[in-house]
Write a protein that binds this ligand. Structure first.
Ligand SMILES: [Zn+2]
Length: 115
């Protein structure tokens, strides 16, 4: 397969990811977990997706685009989220997950309107 020419846009179409690549990205994620960047991210203890305050121990590292779909362990692709969202993300299809996020965003806006 050709190297290079990979755009910056996120690609959701079929991506072939080797186990070796996934292993490398997981390793990278483990290292990121020790950085100040990550510590700062979990300090507030708020889930990136549902904005629930769960405390820093309740947060897990999540790849917005999963490694299995070609996502990378880069800062732009890593967020701190609660275990509930993490489980949900794993059990839902990508489209269902998108719908869930849409709903959260709508609820968020509704809250802002009333308060
Ligand atoms: Zn959450």
């Amino acid at each position: 397969m050709g190297a290079g020419g990979r755009g910056k846009s996120m690609q959701w179409e079929e991506t072939i990811v080797t186990e070796e690549e996934i292993r490398k990205e997981k390793e990278r994620a483990r290292r990121l977990r020790k950085t100040h960047w990550w510590q700062r991210k979990i300090e507030r203890g708020v889930c990136y997706y549902c904005r629930t305050h769960v405390g820093r121990d309740g947060l897990t590292m999540d790849h917005i685009v999963p490694l299995s779909r070609g996502g990378k362990s880069r800062k732009g692709n890593i967020v701190a989220c609660c275990k509930e969202c993490n489980n949900r993300k794993q059990s839902l299809l990508p489209v269902e997950w998108e719908e869930y996020l849409d709903r959260l965003a709508r609820e968020d806006r509704a809250k802002e309107d009333t308060s």
